[in-house]
Design a protein around this ligand. Structure first.
Ligand code: SAM
Length: 220
């Protein structure tokens, strides 16, 4: 994808869609103990945690997972020793599911979860060291009611949530590294790219998922 305007608005960009998804996933968890979908697979969580460990990010760092869904990334972080974790989602059933999974996994004391629309009403009392996104900016990018404006709101909310020089680690299946740098480049600078699996087609190799680390400029 080279031109952001080529994205077609989709149900995946609506709250109604995610409410329906997590209503089903919450029922399924209650009935069968099934935690539901892990977006981009287990490897996508392991990659983020490996990067944090390799860069010696303190386990007490304040970490926000934006659009946490079932909260499994937070569970994995807590199981790896990170203890200052927050997850938000605008879908109340997602937050209920994430809370239930955290309780089951015995990590609730390290994870704060809250129902919040990141674009509309997220005003944290303390700034975060690190913000994570796995699939949420992708969903926002498909909003049928004005995706370009929503993406701008996302960048503003992110900038308000992070400390100067705070890190943003985003995993996306819709955007390339270059496109992400264009979206966030005003207030953030490129720090690193996480290795993601490649696929080959017609003799060309490509990535199905992009994962990059951006750093908030100190002047923003
Ligand atoms: C593709 S899912 C990814 C969920 C989770 N990050 C994961 O990796 O499993 C996108 C998530 O973003 C949430 N979301 C979308 N727009 C949001 C917004 N404006 N504020 C908060 N959460 C939002 C959805 O409810 C959904 O949980």
């Amino acid at each position: 994808m080279t031109n952001e305007e080529e994205f077609s608005p989709s149900a995946l960009g609506t709250k109604e869609h995610w409410d329906a998804v997590y209503s089903r996933e919450l029922s399924s968890f209650k009935e069968y103990g099934d935690e539901g979908e892990i977006w981009f697979g287990e490897g996508s969580m392991a990659r983020v945690i490996r990067w944090l460990n390799a860069h010696k990010v303190p386990q007490t760092a304040s970490i926000l997972d934006i659009g946490t869904g079932n909260g499994m990334l937070l569970v994995e972080l807590a199981n790896s020793g990170y203890c200052n974790l927050t997850g938000i989602d605008y879908c109340s059933d997602a937050v209920q599911l994430a809370k239930s999974i955290c309780e089951k996994e015995g990590v609730s004391q390290n994870v704060h979860l809250q129902v919040t629309d990141f674009l509309e009403d997220f005003h944290p009392s303390k700034l975060f060291d690190i913000c994570l996104d796995k699939g949420t900016f992708d969903a926002v990018s498909l909003d049928p009611t004005g995706a370009t404006e929503k993406r701008e709101q996302y960048v503003q909310s992110l900038s308000r949530a992070l400390k100067p020089q705070g890190l943003f680690i985003i995993t996306s299946c819709n955007w390339t590294k270059e496109e992400l740098l264009r979206q966030f480049g005003g207030e953030f600078e490129f720090k690193d790219e996480l290795p993601t699996p490649t696929f080959s087609f017609g003799g060309k190799a490509g990535h199905s998922v992009t994962a990059v680390v951006l750093e908030k400029r100190s002047s923003s």
